[in-house]
Design a protein around this ligand. Sequence first.
Ligand code: C5P
Length: 230
Amino acid sequence: MNNTSKIFCALDTSDLEQAKKWASAVGPVTGALKVGMEFVNSFGPQGIEAIQNAAPNADLFIDLKFHDIPNTVAGAVRTTCANFAPAYINVHAAGGQEMLEAAKDACGNDTKLLAVTILTSLDQEAIAKVGYQNELSGQVIRMAKLAENSGLDGVVCSALEIELVRKACASNFELIVPGIRPSGSDHGDQKRVIMPSEALDKGATHLVIGRPITGANDPAKAAREILESL
Ligand code: C5P
């Protein structure tokens, strides 16, 4: 695990050759890459292997957000760790303490386990419809604490939640933050964005950055410029 890697570049594409090109160009710069549901459902375990071969020294975050009964999630975590020894994987905190603990028990020593609290696509009205009675930020903290108390290594959280979670959880609890936009870059579909250095100043430990890197004419150069701005 390369602890100096602050940026996970999100390889969001359904084109395997494109993903491999990004991985080999950007992996040596950021030292860390992320693959998610679209990629893994398109290319399966072979796709993950192809990314690891294209960027053998880069840490990998396999972002599949497992959420099921404890036994099933533990099996998924165990298999993922055994096959790929990724630096990070994640589960939904909403799976509950027993599921989180089972996931942590099944997690390999080389892999950190993160929780997703409330998806950033959900607002106050949406979580009320699901049945959460708390105010959104209170619910995020509640779920981050649940993850921490269940032994998880950190959470994925939005820019708006960094300071709250940082305050509520231990200083070594990791905060991985997407929705990052360097100044001057296109926001795309991200509604609440933050600059890379600002996110780190607020207490983020790692950033997930996709299109500002992969959408650039020279992704490696874009990644280098972001790192230099930190
Ligand atoms: O291209 P962009 O920088 O917006 O990519 C952000 C990445 O972080 C995508 O892979 C997206 O799925 C992921 N993500 C997010 N917001 C969350 C959780 C994950 O944007 N709340």
